[in-house]
Design a protein around this ligand. Structure first.
Ligand code: PEP
Ligand code: MG
Length: 599
């Protein structure tokens, strides 16, 4: 028996036999062609494109008609309608790459003017494109490079008439072990009934990983000691904990099989909560929103039936890249998400860089305490051009949906007013250019600094809504770095001071009849849900993976029963007191027997 560690990028347990796969090395002929061969090469190019497009259409069609029995069964069992959409959209990306007129123009120019043979023309084009994406130094763009590489390999294999498909090498119930997997290969693997995938490379956001996760295939990336694995070894993929157990004992296999059954059972139960509302046992409707960090996540959340996106962390635009994002790039992303959400709320948080999130294109003066330095709205107000670019992009996208803007790390009313003035300047610019935007776009404050919570009444007067960032509010209240594991025991949400501040902000919002949501991790801490609802919170925003569990929990809570006891929080002097209070409140409010009673 052996254990290998990797990176946990999905959940689930997979048990099967190891199948070590090696990618085919594709050599490229570099010989130039003579004029008489031009037409033949262009013809081969057009035909290869057409064949691959038909294959893609056939694949999408098969999905729609649920032609494949096994896939259809899995879809039914795992409720993966959303996954197909996501999977499909990635396959559509490949189609877009193949149909791009600029790509066709360039290949034909290489062939007819530079006399390159088709293989060399494709090699030249794709190497240039892949290098471009890789050099942007951004994980997201590196993932796009993988898509281009996948399309390139597929085209080249067709042209060279190489027919080795990785999926032919695997059998139902195998665990595939390989360097990386092309996105187009994940669905065929799934159709074959693969038990799991172990990759030496690949990131959390790579398309292959997104598809595998969406299809419910347990997948691990970054496995370092893969040499320990031999073909036919029995492997357990513990995707949640990012580890592989090789040749486990019978006891361990049984242990994991039980765990797997439990996970599937829970998933099946939770999937029943998609179609019903987050209504408490005493009929209060709670709005559930999702937090997202990457644009692709939108496809993941649509069929969860949430009320929209409560927090879009936009830092991905700015981190891990050498240059700043332009207005149009941001606008396209906001627009795409707003359109997909339709009439559901879409809250965009303006950039929150600084602290631990440092951008490559920016060399800030060295700060002794970056968390107390130029972070969030302070950065935006000091770098107005960057701020305005983002605001203009958001404003322009606001006509496509129910977009609202939220400012992070607001510490004072002065900052909030100044940020609103910058927004007004942006609105004026758009008015002058006759560009449409939503004049009444709601502007919210993130309450995540104690001074904002203390001064929350004045902020509530000037804001359209509040969103409480409990991660930072707790960090700044108890002065504990939220990422420092050695002092994690001091980062305790039962801190009476923290809860008092949070309550103060909630009450201020209620006083001015402004919506207030919780968007930090506390929103997903079931111990606190009854307390938050009793305080009057009716909106919670959490990561998509937590939505259904939270909905189930909310449906077991009776708010009215807890309200008479709420005052007791004022008597809590210590963390222990608060724990006892929260436990008592939960015992009073929560009835686990209620699930599907009210829709
Ligand atoms: C928070 O602080 O609670 C929050 C949601 O923002 P972030 O985690 O991005 O700092
Ligand atoms: Mg925060």
């Amino acid at each position: 028996m052996y254990t290998i560690h990797g990176i946990a990028v999905s959940t689930g347990i997979g048990i099967g036999k190891a199948r070590i796969l090696k990618e085919v090395t594709l050599s490229v002929s570099k010989e130039d062609i003579n004029p008489s061969e031009i037409e033949q090469n262009i013809d081969l190019f057009n035909k290869s494109i057409q064949t691959i497009i038909s294959e893609i259409d056939e694949f999408i069609g098969a999905y729609h008609s649920r032609g494949d029995k096994k896939t259809a069964e899995k879809i039914k069992n795992q409720n993966t309608k959303k996954n197909l959409t996501e999977d499909e959209s990635i396959i559509e990306t490949h189609k877009m790459i193949l149909l791009d007129p600029e790509f066709h123009k360039e290949i034909k120019r290489y062939i007819s003017e530079e006399r390159m043979n088709l293989e060399k023309a494709l090699y030249t084009h794709f190497t240039k494109t892949i290098d471009y994406f890789n050099n942007l130094n951004n994980e997201l763009y590196a993932d796009r490079a993988v898509d281009y590489d996948d399309v390139y390999r597929r085209l080249l294999m067709r042209i060279k008439k190489i027919d080795t498909n990785l999926q032919d090498e695997i059998e139902e119930g195998d665990v595939a072990v390989l360097d990386d997997i092309p996105p187009s290969m994940v669905s065929p693997f799934h159709k074959k009934g693969i038990a799991g995938i172990a990759l030496r490379r690949g990131t959390k956001t790579s398309h292959s990983v997104i598809i595998a996760r969406a299809l419910g295939i347990p997948i691990i990336t970054g496995i370092k000691h893969s040499h320990k694995i031999h073909n036919e070894d029995v492997l357990i993929i513990d995707a949640k904990n990012g580890k592989i157990i090789g040749n486990p004992t019978t006891e361990i296999i049984v242990e994991y099989q039980i765990l797997e059954d439990q996970i599937n059972h829970e998933k099946n139960i939770l999937s029943g909560f998609k179609e019903i509302s987050a209504t408490t046992a005493d009929c209060e409707l709670i709005q559930l929103f999702t937090n997202i960090e990457l644009p692709f996540e939108i496809d993941n959340i649509l069929d969860l039936n949430t009320d929209g996106i409560g927090l879009f962390r936009t830092e991905f635009f700015y981190l891990d890249r050498k240059n700043l994002p332009e207005e149009v790039e941001q606008y396209e992303v906001y627009k795409m998400i707003a359109k997909k959400l339709g009439d559901k709320q879409f809250t965009i948080r303006t950039i929150d860089i600084g602290g631990d999130k440092v951008a490559n294109w920016f060399s800030p003066p060295k700060e002794e305490n970056p968390y107390l330095g130029c972070r969030g709205i302070r950065f935006s107000l000091k770098n107005k051009t960057i701020f305005k670019t983002q605001l203009l992009a958001i404003l322009r996208a606001s006509v496509y949906g129910k977009v609202q803007i939220m400012f992070p790390m607001i510490a004072s009313i002065e900052e909030f007013i100044e940020a609103k003035e910058v927004l007004e300047e942006c609105k004026n610019e758009l008015r002058k250019k006759n560009i449409d935007f939503n004049e009444a776009i709601p502007i919210g404050t993130m309450i995540e600094i104690p001074s904002a919570a203390i001064n929350s009444e004045i902020l509530a007067k000037h804001s359209d809504f509040f969103s409480i960032g409990t991660n930072d509010l707790l960090q700044y209240t108890v002065a504990v770095d939220r990422n420092n594991e050695t002092i994690a025991n001091y980062y305790n949400p039962y801190s009476p001071a923290f809860l008092q501040l949070m309550m103060r902000a909630i009450l201020s919002a209620k006083k001015y009849q402004k919506p207030v949501s919780i968007c930090g991790e506390l929103g997903n801490d079931h111990n606190f849900t009854a307390f938050l609802l009793c305080l009057g919170v009716r909106e919670i925003s959490v990561g998509s993976q937590h939505i259904l569990g939270l909905k189930k929990h909310i449906r077991s809570i009776n708010i009215m029963k807890g309200i008479p006891f709420l005052e007791d929080i004022q008597k809590c002097e210590t963390i222990k007191d608060t724990e006892l209070f929260i436990n008592r409140l939960n015992n009073i409010c929560i009835h686990n027997t209620r699930t599907f009673l009210v829709t």
